[in-house]
Design a protein around this ligand. Sequence first.
Ligand code: G1P
Length: 307
Amino acid sequence: MINRITKAVIPAAGLGTRFLPATKAMPKEMLPVVDKPAIQYVVEEAVTAGLHDVLMITGRNKNSLENHFDRLPELEALLEAKGDAGRLAKVNASTDLADMHYVRQGDPRGLGHAILRAKMHVGDEPFAVLLGDDIIDPRDPLLGRMLDEQVKRGATIVALLEVDPSQISLYGAAAVEMTDDPDVVRITGLVEKPAVEDAPSNLAIIGRYVLRPEVFGILENTAPGKGNEIQLTDALQTMAVTPEETGGVYGVIFRGRRYDTGDRLDYIKAIVQIAVDRADLGPDLRPWLREFAAGLEDGPVETSPLD
Ligand code: G1P
């Protein structure tokens, strides 16, 4: 199905405190996942789904994000003079990727507040939001499917993932009803980061949304919620219970490969998972990993001073 949505919004104003000190002077979005900054995978995903107009919500200390998606003439000239076409292509890949725009958030007052900063740029049309902590494997496309559902249902669409019930308090959790499509549910309620015993289900919102523009007006009237921040989940809850005015909210259940780069342990796992499937690194990494894993002994671990 042809969709008319062209804009993607990527919030990238977070302070990255989980990765300090690495993120003291560098945005967490620039941390490399193998050899590309995490944020580049996310912009590539938007472009692959046909969203060439990308607005990034940034903040202080985020200049390297803009630099990464801009030209670097000195480096280009150097690689060209050396005849290094392979590396030149890698350098240019992020420059030519999308039509990039930036706006700053100023006060970081939550995800909902960050999305509100996109109001002027987006205008009165549906748009996608991609959160930078999740990388979706391009072999298991998700966003294109969500855009199709948005056009088909005229609703707001979120991506849902079945998580272990013990993990649900890390996410927005959805109460749902089945539809005639096994991968699509109608959302009847949403709670941001509920306690395990209060969660309406183990269906977690992962960081992909296709929002109707009514979300802006709703966010403007959404009081601070969890963590005293303006929560996108709370605005979506309002939309879920007002389908006549806002089109309601549906969830696409994602069953594919997703790599979380949001905390240190998941970030390490993401790098290994992505690298083992790469043609240039996998063939050497796989046997090394097997040998390394076989050598890990059970029992007390001698703690390294390299922390
Ligand atoms: C945000 C949202 C949450 C969602 C999550 C997905 O939380 O508020 O509803 O489940 O992203 O990654 P954050 O992880 O930014 O705390």
